[in-house]
Design a protein around this ligand. Structure first.
Ligand code: KG4
Ligand code: ZN
Length: 365
């Protein structure tokens, strides 16, 4: 399609209820007309992690209202919106269902197409919300639920180059914070304490660093830190030192794997010097600095979307919908699409090499 498209996006796959309306011009320029994100951090904080049942209920309570507000704030009527896109997986299934059903109901009532979006595709395209970031580029998605390298070669053309084989890096931060009892989400809490700590005090493992390849692992690091905490009371300085050592271990792993991923990606795409990092962990300054260093060494430019688009949001879902609509990559009406708790972007790689163990329900993200 060659006209400007306006799309409503809905995101409910984890602990943010979000809706956004954006307009995408045929030249790829994006204008965000409204975007709302309502975080459930307070509901989950007492448990030190996201509780799926609480998440689903909280989404169900406010999804309608968030969507209605996003439409109102866009200044448009539903009739001026070309399509409705909603995250349809992967994620916590209760939440995914809420957002998807909200989107389908609106699509049905208004006669607009419904576009099911893979949440990971939203993250993969997120740098294109704010800057001119043409394909191809290398993406490191590093959040509480995901930790993977993707070669983003075009719309719908994603190759997973490597991923964690157990916990995501954000999850590792959350678990240390829970063990120390310093708050949720863990990343910002660990980073805060690490500022007054020494990264050299504890010699923590860097799992898989000595093995070839791009897969990552953080479970062993988490257990090593838990053993230190369980060994006896720790004063404030010891806790800060542990946070600093832990953060340094994660930064080392991500930096070294990025160095290898860039080399692999650049051997295939000599023309591309773009390296995008997305996901909540990208907010970490030590990690950001380490990634900046390795990309500069490889002659690549680091693109980090603004924090609000790094973490879960609906603008990236609306953009994925708009790009798909513009490229005629939408099978209408899309209303028959069933939510997918597991939905790898690169299904071929996930089936051949399931990062979390394939299981009966198919490969996880
Ligand atoms: O992308 P995101 O908002 O949600 C998903 O997980 O999808 O990422 C949240 C994750 C949490 O695990 C949180 O602890 C981590 O990102 N995080 C950080 C920082 N800020 C958020 N990790 C390290 N340092 C930070 N400053
Ligand atoms: Zn996400």
């Amino acid at each position: 399609m060659t006209e400007t498209l306006t799309v409503l996006g809905i995101e409910t796959s984890c602990d943010e209820t979000a809706a956004a309306v954006l307009r995408r011009a045929p030249n790829g320029k994006v204008e965000i007309l409204s975007e709302i994100v309502r975080s459930q951090i307070e509901e989950h904080a007492p448990y030190g992690g996201v509780v799926p049942e609480i998440a689903a209920r909280a989404h169900a309570d406010i999804a309608d209202q968030i969507v209605a507000t996003a439409i109102k704030e866009s200044g448009l009527g539903l009739d001026e919106i070309d399509a409705i896109a909603a995250t349809s997986g992967p994620g916590l299934i209760g939440g995914v269902m809420v957002g998807m059903m909200t989107g389908k109901a609106l699509a049905m009532a208004s006669g607009k197409p419904f576009i099911p979006i893979n949440h990971l595709e939203g993250h993969a395209l997120s740098p294109r919300l704010a800057s001119d970031c043409p394909f191809p580029y290398l993406l490191l998605l590093v959040s509480g639920g995901h930790c993977q390298f993707l070669a983003v070669e075009g719309l719908g053309v994603y190759t997973r180059l490597g991923s964690t084989i157990d916990d995501a890096a954000g999850e590792a931060f959350d678990k240390l914070a829970k063990t120390l009892g310093i708050g949720f989400p863990g990343g910002p809490a660990v980073e805060r304490l690490a500022k007054s700590g020494s990264p050299d005090r504890y010699n923590l493992p860097r799992p898989l660093l000595n093995r070839p390849g791009l897969d990552m692992s953080f479970a062993g690091l988490k257990s090593a830190a838990a053993r230190i905490v369980e060994a006896g009371p720790m004063d404030m300085q010891a806790q800060s030192d542990l946070c600093a050592s832990y953060q340094a271990a994660i930064a080392d792993c991500l930096a070294e794997k990025t160095r290898r991923a860039l080399a692999l990606f650049q051997s295939k795409h000599e023309e591309s010097t773009r390296f995008v990092v997305a996901g909540g962990v990208a907010a970490n300054q030590t990690i950001r600095t380490a990634l900046e260093r390795v990309s500069a060494e490889a002659g690549a430019k680091l693109y980090a979307p603004p924090l609000k688009h790094c973490t879960d949001n609906a603008a990236m879902i609306a953009l994925a919908g708009a790009e798909r609509l513009a490229a005629n990559m939408v099978s209408e009406p899309g209303l028959d699409f069933a939510a997918r708790p597991r939905w790898p972007l690169d299904e071929e790689a996930a089936i051949k090499n399931p990062a979390y163990g394939g299981g009966k329900r198919g490969a996880k993200a």
